[in-house]
Design a protein around this ligand. Structure first.
Ligand code: HEC
Ligand code: HEC
Length: 481
């Protein structure tokens, strides 16, 4: 709370220092936003403190104070955001530097499905002088007391957490300029993101392999690429998935974060080719604003085999998720703003079509797995991978939650990170690990940039006491999934 209030103050101070004109209502507006986003004090009380008693709080960019048009208000808001952007990005870069080693290490033998090198970690930085082995020997209480839980194991904030919203990576914006925001850029380097564009595998046509033909599926090409290959119902579902729907930051109202009016975002703008390129936003399920979780876009591969959807929402069908994704997640769980900005209501038949095509998307091939068990075919795997599998199902206890064939248990689990002095995340969906080499960064918020980081994380959090060889073996097994 304090920091939001301070931010509003600093902002106002800076504007005044720069000789900018700042109307009292703007100040109040910033404070009011701060209040909605994390506050406990009454905004009316605070306004009285500041001598603004009697101010009407009912306006925002949809209807400002008398004498100012929506266009003027929007222009002021855009100018302020653009002015702030370098500072916002520098602050996030500093935060990432503090948490991670971002000089990207790769190894030509570890690649994603289409060949992009996987990032090799661990990248998470440790407190001065500490080693991974020393950290793993400490128990939760010592870690909490001595504050040695790595920053990178804690929640990763949104690049502009007090505002949030969808953020797209640069290589995607180059191809689709409509996805550019004027207030923020993507934060994590390209090395730690999935390949772009990712391949697409259809459950109905395994013999074809990747059916994307190296293109990003969009309104321009979906018909050419898929007509005749999938049913008319699925093609209609796909049409909806590449159609732009209005969303909080991308819409036709002046209160948006794209310079030009926007028709919105398409489902496959984030779930590029039914996978992900690391696009992120804030979850709609939590309040106040500062406690909302950053969400790293998940892959839609292999959803046919998963029973719960969303890291917190636990929706039980892809139909429900499809319907509510754009009605709630697009608008921060706020139907009132959604109505103002043009929420699109899809009917149940369209939802069924959209769900059907999502259910046709397979995981990428994993030639080292035995089709009967979903575990390693030991005649094809090497010794390190086999050692990793033994650990996964044995000493490291991963299979407690990640079970074949998709390597999930369709449940949510609470890892109780507050034991280590981190914020409590509560229960989170056990994400599927099939095809996991294609999906950095890891965890719901992308806080762990590499698979090595995930193994170090569970080694500490699970008290597993794995040695260096064992950790390397576990990673080798994860790469084979
Ligand atoms: C910001 C980009 C973004 C857009 C646009 C988007 N999604 Fe998502 N999607 C996500 C994220 C992030 C998650 C993970 C949500 C969570 O963990 O709670 C997700 C989760 C899902 C899931 C659940 C996956 C699972 O098994 O847990 C489905 C299904 C889904 N999206 C479908 C859609 C559909 C359909 C649309 C279009 C209406 C859409 N998404 C648009 C980012 C996006
Ligand atoms: C108690 C259940 C549980 C156990 C045991 C467990 N996991 Fe997980 N795993 C989870 C949950 C829950 C998440 C999602 C956490 C989050 O996003 O905050 C997860 C996420 C992951 C991810 C990232 C998935 C993604 O898509 O981002 C990897 C990789 C992973 N686990 C590997 C392992 C390994 C390796 C082990 C054993 C050393 C292990 N897990 C043990 C529950 C578990």
């Amino acid at each position: 709370m304090k920091s939001y209030r301070k931010a509003a103050g600093v902002l106002a101070g800076a504007a005044v220092a720069m000789g900018a004109v700042i109307a009292p209502w703007m100040l109040v507006h910033a404070e009011r936003v701060a209040d909605q986003r994390g506050g406990v004090d009454s905004p009316i009380e605070r306004a009285k403190e500041k001598g603004f008693a009697g101010v009407d709080f009912s306006y925002d960019l949809f209807g400002g104070p008398p004498g100012q048009s929506t266009t003027q208000l929007a222009e002021q808001a855009v100018a302020k955001d653009r002015n702030d952007k370098p500072k916002v990005m520098a602050e996030q870069a500093r935060r990432l530097q503090e948490r991670y080693r971002l000089d990207c290490t790769t190894n030509s033998s570890a690649r994603m499905t289409k060949g992009k090198p996987q990032p090799i970690g661990p990248t998470v930085k440790l407190k001065d002088g500490l080693t991974w082995d020393a950290l793993a020997r400490m128990d939760a209480e010592d870690i909490r007391k001595q504050k040695t839980f790595p920053q990178g194991f804690m929640r990763l904030p949104h690049v502009k957490h007090e505002v949030g919203g969808m953020v797209f990576p640069q290589e995607q914006i180059e191809q689709f300029p409509r996805l550019e925001r004027f207030d923020v850029d993507f934060d994590l380097p390209a090395c730690f993101r999935p390949e772009f564009p990712p391949p697409i595998f259809l459950t109905t046509h395994p013999e074809l392999g990747d059916v994307s033909q190296g293109e990003v599926l969009s309104a321009d090409n979906f018909d050419r690429l898929f007509r005749g290959l999938i049913t008319p119902v699925q093609l209609d579902g796909l049409r909806m998935l590449v159609t732009q729907f209005p969303q909080e930051e991308f819409n036709l109202t002046p209160d948006r974060k794209s310079l030009k009016p926007s028709l919105g975002v398409a489902c496959l703008d984030c779930h590029v080719n039914f996978h992900t390129t690391g696009q992120f936003h804030l979850n709609p399920d939590t309040r106040p604003q500062r406690d909302r979780l950053r969400l790293d876009t998940v892959s839609l591969r292999g959803m046919f085999n998963q029973q719960i959807h969303g890291s917190k929402r636990s929706l039980r069908s892809i139909e429900d998720f499809t319907e509510f994704e754009q009605r709630t997640a697009y608008f921060n769980g706020d139907h009132i703003r959604a109505a103002k900005k043009g929420m699109n209501i899809i009917d149940r038949l369209q939802v069924a079509h959209m769900a059907q095509i999502q259910n046709m998307i397979d995981f990428p091939p994993a030639p080292k797995l035995d089709p009967m068990t979903g575990r390693l075919d030991r005649s094809r795997a090497d010794r390190q991978e086999i050692a990793g599998e033994d650990l996964f199902f044995g000493k490291a206890r991963c299979a407690q939650c990640h079970q074949p064939p998709a390597y999930t248990d369709h449940m949510m689990h609470d890892l109780f990170l507050e034991r280590f002095g981190a914020e409590a995340d509560g229960p989170i969906k056990t994400f599927a690990l099939r095809g996991i080499k294609d999906s950095p960064p890891y965890f719901h918020d992308g806080r762990l940039p590499t698979l090595e980081d995930t193994v170090e994380f569970f080694n500490v959090v699970g008290g597993l006491k794995l040695n260096t060889d064992e950790k390397a073996a576990l990673v080798a097994f994860l790469r084979a999934l």
